[in-house]
Design a protein. Structure first.
Length: 193
């Protein structure tokens, strides 16, 4: 595979082939690794994508983190041009179907300054061991991550088959610091070691 589009197609197909039970098993493994990870334990303000379609399931994690007294914020789309903002939620019930059919907060009332985020959980289609990430192609997360604090830990949640030796990245692509999969935690950055 050479292009980002080829990677996206390949992973979309692989994820769609997971049975309901297999996906649930893999999601539970990722969830358990995440909540035991020191990056989660040490964080106070967490930004987390709200899973959609066949992405690693984050709804359970978001509910858990809120119950665990973490401040949890999720993306709310402004527009394709203006990107998205981080908005705090107090309950999973604060989310309704929004842009692109993805659950998001109703309004921007509890917007959080990106610089206050300790841990950012970022979705993606394919990743490599150098922090390369291929998203869906909208650029929303790359633009958002340019605004976070340089000490914000950027982790992705993925299935093991989404990790490759090398994925194509461009200059504007923001690299992640680590990946938690159903099999292991790959650390790219010294913070997780």
């Amino acid at each position: 595979m050479q292009s980002k589009e080829e990677f996206r197609k390949f992973i979309t197909q692989k994820r769609s082939l997971l049975s309901k039970n297999k996906k649930e098993d893999l999601d539970n493994k990722v969830f358990n690794k995440l909540i035991k990870n020191k990056a989660y334990k040490n964080s106070k303000v967490i930004f987390c994508f709200v899973s959609f379609k066949n992405e690693v399931y984050t709804h359970k994690f978001i509910k858990y983190a809120i119950k665990d007294n973490k401040r949890v914020c999720v993306p709310k789309i402004i527009s394709k041009e203006e990107g998205m903002k981080a908005v705090e939620i107090k309950s999973f019930q604060d989310l309704k179907s929004g842009a692109y059919g993805i659950l998001e907060p109703l309004n921007f009332n509890l917007q959080i300054d990106e610089k206050h985020i300790d841990l950012a959980l970022i979705p993606g289609m394919a990743f490599d061991k150098y922090g390369g990430r291929i998203g869906l192609g909208g650029g929303f997360y790359d633009r958002f991550l340019k605004k976070v604090n340089k000490n914000t830990l950027k982790l992705s949640l993925a299935y093991d088959f989404q990790i490759f030796d090398k994925v194509p990245v461009e200059k504007h692509d923001i690299r992640i610091d680590g990946i938690i999969t159903n099999k292991k935690t790959n650390t790219i950055n010294k913070w997780l070691r």
